[in-house]
Design a protein around this ligand. Structure first.
Ligand code: ADP
Ligand code: MG
Length: 389
């Protein structure tokens, strides 16, 4: 019998629900983003986030069921994000999940949000008829996280052996933490730099698009007065990250050139009028600003790619998995793909929709835990600092 899991995600600023069969087949995936609510504050406001989750959770779950063509009674289990994330946001999902599972008399599976991001890569690979080989190096890179793990398949239990061993989606994963950011997450650095340059919120997509336009228009003008963000130096663990330095370098560079002030004001005005697309803002950026944007992006991307591929090389892993909101970045995808190919390493990314927070990855991550009997206790609580390893 196929197992239909309803996944629920509310760890940050997306209220999401999805139905996934056997950890692999997405029947529906609904995401209600709170971008429009947090935009005017230039970042996620925790109190507003919890309030919005409360408003959205019931309609989002209903929509996920309706798109899957199912009723509540057709669900075999509920998987819910337990952490890490904002406590008030997590509590909405956890509480709703507990009540729903109890009323339906179905098992509730607590899910680590980060483990969900890894499953997102496998969901996408499955859609493309592929199965990433393990062990792998996994980079989780979003607004809240920049983490590097060594991932392997969980040891098969006697029970699962009897069922034919199972693939990764069924067996789940074992993680070893290699490193993580010591200060800002990569997405956070994108958001802060975008704010500094008046490019709107969130910063990732707009900086990605403008940098792409700069690359398409030729590199010459940008080199001549471009700032130079050298490689990020890290003492100790070379798998750790640090992005506050490059963010601060942007800040100092902007302060050093008074001519930035006027164009920043012009862009602020454009943003207030709702003109926030790359096509609106690109013409409002001087060559020097365009140089800062593309140099900033290259510095971040190079650092992420270099450290991750070094980890692959040193651990003898032939697969790299990249997930989280920043995995949507075009330059990151291109650079990973070309550098990894030269090393004989395969890189897997989720689609854009599966990269950012969603509940399909939560339902998929719940499946191996359901099979292994890792169910929620009746007093399940949100864990804002939950770790993967
Ligand atoms: P979280 O909710 O943990 O912050 P998400 O997975 O929802 O993470 O991702 C949101 C983050 O991803 C934001 O910081 C955003 O700026 C960043 N982001 C989204 N798209 C891109 C992109 N194309 N390039 C770089 N960063 C991006
Ligand atoms: Mg988010």
């Amino acid at each position: 019998m196929p197992t239909r899991i309803l996944g629920i995600e509310s760890s940050c600023d997306e209220t999401a629900a999805a139905v996934v069969v056997d950890g692999r087949e997405i029947l529906s995936s609904v995401v209600s983003s709170q971008l429009d609510i947090h935009r005017k504050y230039g970042g996620v406001v925790p109190e507003l986030a919890s309030r919005e989750h409360l408003r959205q959770i019931v309609p989002v779950v209903r929509e996920a069921l309706s798109q899957a063509g199912l009723h509540f009674k057709d669900i075999d289990a509920v998987g819910v994000t337990q952490g890490p994330g904002l406590v008030g946001s997590l509590l909405v999902g956890v509480t709703y999940g507990k009540v729903l599972a109890t009323e339906l008399g179905k098992p509730l599976v607590p899910v680590n949000h980060l483990e969900g991001h890894v499953h997102a890569v496998f969901l996408e690979a499955h859609i493309g008829g592929k199965a990433p080989e393990l062990p792998a190096i996994c980079l989780i890179v979003s607004g809240g996280h920049t983490l590097l793990y060594h991932v392997q398949s969980s040891a098969p239990t006697a029970e699962r052996n009897a069922e034919g061993n199972g693939d990764a989606a069924e067996r789940g994963f074992e993680f070893r933490r290699l490193g993580g950011t010591r200060d800002d997450a990569a997405g956070e650095a994108y958001d802060k730099v975008a704010r500094l340059l008046a490019l709107g919120y969130p910063g990732g997509p707009i900086i990605d698009q403008i940098a792409g336009k700069v690359a398409a228009s030729g590199e010459k003008f940008r080199e001549k007065d471009a700032p130079n963000f050298g490689p990020v130096k890290i003492k100790g663990n070379s798998y750790d990250f640090s992005f506050s330095g490059v963010k601060t370098a942007v800040l100092y560079y902007v302060r050093a050139y008074p001519e930035f002030t006027d164009e920043i004001e012009t862009r602020k005005k454009a943003l207030q009028e709702g003109r926030r697309k790359a096509a609106d803002l690109f013409p409002l950026c001087s060559p020097r600003t365009l140089a800062v944007i593309s140099k900033f992006q290259s510095a971040v991307v190079r650092d992420l790619v270099t450290r991750t591929l070094e980890a692959a090389q040193e651990t003898g892993s032939r697969t790299v998995l990249v997930s989280g909101g920043v995995a949507a970045n075009s330059e990151l995808r291109e650079r990973f793909t070309s550098k990894a190919a030269a090393m004989g390493v395969s890189v897997f990314f989720p689609s854009r929709a599966l990269s950012t927070d969603n509940a399909a990855m939560i339902a998929a991550a719940a499946y191996p835990h359901l099979l292994a009997g890792h169910l929620a206790p009746t007093d399940l609580n949100a864990e804002p600092n939950l770790r993967l390893a």
